[in-house]
Design a protein around this ligand. Structure first.
Ligand code: DGL
Length: 273
């Protein structure tokens, strides 16, 4: 069996916040990042379309030699992961794996919330899928979950407006709306990989004492545990410490923005799925 890098996929730039944490924790492996920037955002698209686009991306990454692909996108994890795992994988290659970001995030909620009232801020697609509610109900049925769709947050990030004055209105509006709907919330999951870029504004408008849960570190730790438990998969990963970036949009635009996310220079190639 030929070894390959770990594939990391997102609709655009958000998955870089996950990739950064994974690379930080496991710098020894090779990584291949794919951003479907030409078709982002996914958050307002239907189930069928998100599944179709995500499935194309996964097949592309398999074709590039990845045995393991991380959907570093909540919308894709909510709307496409299960179908890919149950329908696509047995047909494509039962030995390859696709993992999402929702389960590792949900697993830590139970130890964090004291009031047992948790808020989810995510794209309209993730909120409408009710995946977080269903997953939390399985693990901790005593927790009350309130979801708040934030349709403007991803466009603010994709358009580099996340730290500009215009973002204040959209960020404060959604936080106030969520806390009005359930004032007992003591923990909020940022259920979209783009949102860490808005952290400055989110902290500014979040009342003191509310725990803000960022996924990157938990997803990275969960992947490390997974590879520890699945030595066959771990053996299938090349170990060169490299990161390659692919985008479906212009490489130059991606490079410029990805540099902000990664905190260092990024070289990208444009690909067609
Ligand atoms: N970053 C993706 C997520 O975690 C969403 C971005 C989009 O709407 O495309 O949900």
């Amino acid at each position: 069996m030929d070894k390959g890098p770990i594939g990391v996929f997102d609709s655009g730039y958000g998955g870089l916040t996950i990739l950064r944490e994974i690379c930080g924790l496991m710098p020894q492996y090779d990584y291949l990042y794919l951003g479907d920037n030409a078709r982002a955002p996914y958050g307002t698209r239907s189930f069928d379309v998100v599944y179709e686009f995500t499935s194309q991306a996964v097949r592309y990454l398999f074709g590039q030699g990845c045995h393991l692909v991380i959907l570093a996108c909540n919308t894709a994890s909510a709307k496409a992961l299960r179908t890919i795992q149950q329908k696509d994988l047995p047909r494509l290659d039962p030995h390859r794996r696709v993992l999402g970001v929702i389960r590792p995030t949900v697993e830590i909620v139970q130890s964090i919330s004291q009031t047992r009232h948790v808020g989810i801020m995510a794209t309209p697609g993730t909120i409408r899928s009710r995946t977080y509610e269903l997953e939390i109900a399985k693990l901790c049925p005593d927790i009350k979950v309130t979801g708040e769709a934030c349709p403007m947050w991803v466009p603010l990030v994709e358009n580099e407006e996340y730290d500009k004055p215009g973002a204040d209105y959209f960020v404060s509006q959604r936080i106030e709306s969520l806390l009005r709907r359930d004032p007992l919330i003591d923990s909020i999951i940022l259920g979209c990989t783009h949102y860490p870029l808005l952290m400055g504004k989110i902290r500014q408008y979040m009342p003191q004492g509310i725990h803000i849960i960022e996924q990157g570190g938990y997803v990275a730790q969960s992947l490390k545990d997974y590879l520890h438990r699945h030595s066959g998969m771990e053996q299938s990963i090349t170990r060169g410490g490299s990161v390659r970036f692919l985008t479906t949009e212009q490489a130059e635009t991606f490079q410029k923005k990805a540099t902000i996310f990664m905190g260092g220079p990024v070289e990208a190639e444009r690909v067609q799925l």
